[in-house]
Design a binder for this molecule. Structure first.
Ligand code: BES
Ligand code: ZN
Ligand code: ZN
Length: 472
């Protein structure tokens, strides 16, 4: 589907019309009379079949509502025979609001159809935002397209079944991105290179899998870049829990444990396509947490790349082990800012609900800055506070640190504090940990997201990096 901005209505025969307005404006609008006989009074949406007009009422004419209505308009016309829709907004609109609507429309179009034998043909080929009063910047169309393509590609990659999407598959995907865009470089570390790098924690997690692990390093290095941002993503292509096996019901959806890894790769792609003046790296720790005779065990002690020893008490707390070694590798790149994205803990979902990501770190200013940008981008995120009492929970009697906290409370934070053990002092204030366990994969449609993978982290990550470019 194509999105565009036009001063005039496209009067094609097979086009429908749509008007978006604030609920409060409905009563006095010209549509109130037309809708009245059908009992529609401005709550939600109503399609006037004869005149082919979809009336959409939103709480307020602001970005969050407009983004969601963009998605809802496209969803509504899916399966109907219209080839395009002219969308107009009753009221004042600016670039920010128009962008939100277009992005919502493009993200609302995606649905995972790869495993269905019948494909739904989407008749809707064009989404035209008709705007006569203000002159909108045409660059918002390009930006919405680039970002939505990254969001949707992330979703598709996460939704890819674990039988297919192995660590090698993710590495191949990354190589594909660097082939598509000259500006992106791709380096892959296989098992023997991981050994060479002394990534004992990462390697232990993958040991019982018949699929070899990969560390994927994508980079975009524009000339004259003023900042270097390094992203790290948890890329567990499957997490059955290992010997601390997950109960059957909790194992389902664990193909999505690669969400952070998929997101960081697509963030690099979007930033490169947008041509931002920031150097960006993404490091994906791609592994599979399985069971077998050679599996790592609760009671094992692992040696991480940073030199710290780790007592394993639960093999299901595997993401932090992979990330510990990836964060170590990432710090060697001397980042100005280091951010990891991970479906790290169920505790984060308990704490914030399934729609909100948790932001952790030692730098309050950076945390708040990221939170604000995330919320502006349309992603729900909230800061979770570290404290010295929870830090004690990951002390180990026999090793330097333990991979799980001794209390079941505060699990999202103790996981964040575990990662912090592998952040060198000079990078403590440059690092953020984003736990996307809740919103990364939700098995029902919500906001602009379909059932399944949402692409959590992609919009927030891109917008954050773009602000770094402006700052210089
Ligand atoms: N991948 C899971 C976390 C998760 C849970 C992501 C639900 C998405 C939805 C992670 O590896 C895990 O299993 N964490 C454990 C940690 C515990 C053993 C300390 C958890 O959250 O239960
Ligand atoms: Zn796990
Ligand atoms: Zn996991």
């Amino acid at each position: 589907m194509k999105v565009s901005i036009s001063k005039s209505v496209k009067n094609e025969k097979k086009y429908a019309q749509c008007v978006v307005m604030a609920k409060s404006a409905f009563g006095k609008s010209a549509y109130a009379k037309l809708c009245k006989p059908f009992g529609f009074e401005g709550e939600g949406k109503f399609f006037l079949q004869e005149s082919r007009i979809l009336v959409v009422c939103v709480d307020e004419l602001e970005s969050d509502c407009l983004r969601e209505s963009g998605a809802n308009i496209v969803r509504y016309f899916k399966g109907l025979p219209y080839e395009g829709v002219n969308v107009s907004i009753e009221g004042k609109i600016d670039n920010k609001k128009a962008y939100a609507l277009l992005l919502g429309a493009l993200c609302g179009e995606y649905e995972c159809m790869s495993y269905k034998s019948k494909t739904k043909a989407n008749a809707l080929k064009e989404f035209v935002l008709v705007e006569q009063k203000t002159s909108l910047d045409s660059s918002i169309v390009t930006k919405a397209e680039i970002i939505a393509q990254s969001v949707n590609a992330t979703r598709e990659l996460i939704n890819t079944i674990p039988q297919v999407a192995t660590p090698k598959y993710l590495a191949k995907y990354a190589k594909g991105l660097s082939k598509e865009l000259d500006k992106i470089e791709c380096k892959i570390l296989d098992e023997s290179l991981l050994e060479k790098e002394k990534m004992g924690a990462f390697l232990a997690v993958n040991r019982a899998s018949c699929n070899p692990p990969r560390l994927i390093h994508l980079s975009y290095k524009p000339k004259g870049a003023t900042k270097r941002v390094v992203l790290v993503g948890k890329g567990l292509t499957y997490d059955c829990g290992g010997l601390s096996l997950k109960p059957a019901d909790f194992m389902v959806t664990m193909k999505a444990d690669k969400s952070g890894g998929c997101a960081v790769m697509e963030i690099v792609r979007a930033i490169a396509r947008l041509g931002a003046n920031v150097e960006v790296h993404s490091i994906v720790g791609a592994a599979e947490n399985m069971i077998g005779g050679n599996a790592y065990k609760p009671d094992d002690v692992l040696y991480s790349r940073e030199g710290k020893s780790i007592e394993v008490r639960n093999t299901d707390a595997e993401g932090r082990l992979v990330l510990a070694d990836c964060l170590s590798y990432a710090q060697d790149l001397k980042p100005d800012i280091l951010i990891d994205f991970a479906t790290l803990t169920g505790a984060c979902v308990v704490a914030l609900g399934e729609y909100t990501s948790g932001i952790m770190g030692h730098n309050d200013k950076l945390k708040l800055e990221f939170e604000k940008i995330a919320l502006d981008s349309g992603e729900l995120m909230a800061c979770l506070p570290f404290n010295r009492h929870l830090k004690k929970l990951i002390e180990s009697k026999i090793a330097d640190v333990c991979n799980v906290g001794s209390s079941r409370y505060g699990g999202a934070i103790s996981a964040g504090l575990f990662l912090s053990e592998f952040i060198r002092d000079e990078y403590k204030d440059k690092w953020l940990h984003i736990d996307i366990a809740g919103p990364a994969y939700v098995e029902k449609e919500w906001d602009i997201n379909p059932s399944g993978a949402s692409g959590a982290g992609v919009r927030a990550g891109i917008e954050f990096i773009l602000t770094q470019a402006v700052k210089g």
